[in-house]
Write a protein that binds this ligand. Structure first.
Ligand SMILES: Cc1ncc(COP(=O)(O)O)c(C=O)c1O
Length: 389
């Protein structure tokens, strides 16, 4: 019998121990014991599916992965210590020296560093397309291209890419489509439904949802995950059982939390859109968003990130942050607490204006990760901070 998202989030559970616990316990163990020499031999020969060592698998990480696999409509998955470990290990496991990636230019900063600084060390090069130039993707494909990569919505400018269109291009050229689905979560968007081969999450964000633990996961086609698993089991980026236990509990409330985050976020976006000190607001489910129709097609709700530009450039952005009282100034997002950041004076300050504009980061752009506080309190804090600009 197949169940709905919320039911799976609560009911998927690792096998109970002899204590018949209702809630999955924490299996803090590095390794597992064998009955005898034959059991040990057969287990290592993979004639049996069982836990051997927690770098390979652990009941807590398995429970977490099983949930994400079902939520994303995938075949298999592997859990990592962080989102970046998931991104790196996915590329490292699937690519060889001389391979080529075609990627959206608007990717998370560390992913961009991976493309520009680290993968070239292994002779893996990347070509980029802008979020509004998906029509130019085909022209970037070379005989050695293996992967098309994108985030949607993007960090921090909340642009949307058409997943169905990217999947059609990938399929036509026999390439893998890999999507970082971190901003949407498996509740709001399932890229596999639109043709993606692999989906990556930083579980550090809305999946945890309370700013407590780091984590990452890659899910998708079983043959690809097998390669990623073998690479990871040897190189060691595994998620800790404790983090998997926390994250699996978090998934029980993902639908409820994300619904509320989105309800708050659209109200914040609507408030900002009317404010005279705001040049523009980018929120996927506002009609004014340039890719509103695409967002509606592929997302259940608009997510919890609102990007907006304050009039007055860098100085106004900094003043706004200084005047914030309730919300947090922090590098994270997807927390129960509302967080505001000013990318052009912080995370993206080392980029030239031209490079920043390529990824839609204007001088006065603020990223607001809308939390679970009472929405009027969030709006009042943003209002008083805007008044001081
Ligand atoms: C879109 C996106 N992908 C990946 C990551 C990396 O995740 P982590 O910090 O868990 O390594 C982040 C972190 O902010 C992100 O926003």
């Amino acid at each position: 019998m197949s169940h709905n998202f919320e039911t799976q989030a609560v009911r998927i559970q690792t096998e109970r121990s002899q204590f018949s616990e209702h809630s999955t316990p924490l299996y803090l163990t590095s390794s597992f014991v064998f009955e005898d020499a034959e059991d040990m031999r057969a287990s290592f020969a993979e004639e049996k599916q069982r836990n051997l060592y927690s770098r390979f698998s652990n009941p807590n990480t398995t429970e977490f992965v099983d949930k994400i696999v079902v939520m994303e409509g995938a075949e298999a998955g592997y859990a990592f210590a962080t989102g970046m470990a998931a991104v790196f290990s996915t590329f490292a496991a699937l690519l060889n020296s001389g391979d080529h990636i075609v990627s959206s230019r608007s990717v998370f900063g560390s992913t961009h560093s991976l493309f520009t600084k680290y993968l070239p060390k292994w002779n893996i090069e990347t070509s980029y397309f802008k979020v509004n130039e998906v029509d130019k993707v085909e022209a970037l494909i070379q005989p050695n291209t293996k992967i098309i990569y994108a985030e949607s919505p993007t960090n921090p400018a909340v642009d949307i890419l058409d997943l169905e269109l990217l999947a059609a291009i990938a399929k036509k050229h026999n390439l893998l489509l890999v999507i970082d689905n971190c901003f949407a979560t498996p509740y709001l968007q399932n890229p596999i439904k639109f043709g993606a081969d692999l989906v990556i999450h930083s579980a550090t964000k809305l999946i945890d949802g309370q700013g407590r633990v780091l984590g990452g996961v890659t899910v998708g086609k079983a043959d690809l995950i097998k390669e990623i698993y073998l690479f990871s089991r040897n190189t060691g980026p595994a998620m800790s059982p404790f983090n998997a236990w926390v994250l699996s509990k978090s998934l029980e409330t993902l639908a409820l939390r994300v619904e509320k985050h989105c309800e708050n976020a659209i109200k914040v976006a609507q408030f900002l859109e009317e404010h005279p000190k705001v040049n523009f607001v980018k929120y996927p489910f506002l009609k004014s968003h340039p890719q509103y129709e695409v967002a509606k097609k592929q997302m259940r709700l608009g997510g919890n990130i609102v990007a907006f530009e304050i009039k007055g450039g860098v100085e106004a952005g900094r003043k706004f942050l200084d005047a914030i009282k309730l919300c947090s100034l922090s590098a994270n997002l997807g927390d129960s607490r509302t967080i505001v950041t000013h990318p052009s004076s912080t995370t993206h300050s080392k980029l030239s204006l031209e490079d920043r504009l390529e990824v839609s980061i204007t001088d006065g752009l603020v990223r607001c990760s809308v939390g679970l506080e009472f929405v009027e309190d969030i709006i009042n804090d943003l209002k008083q901070a805007l008044e001081s600009v």
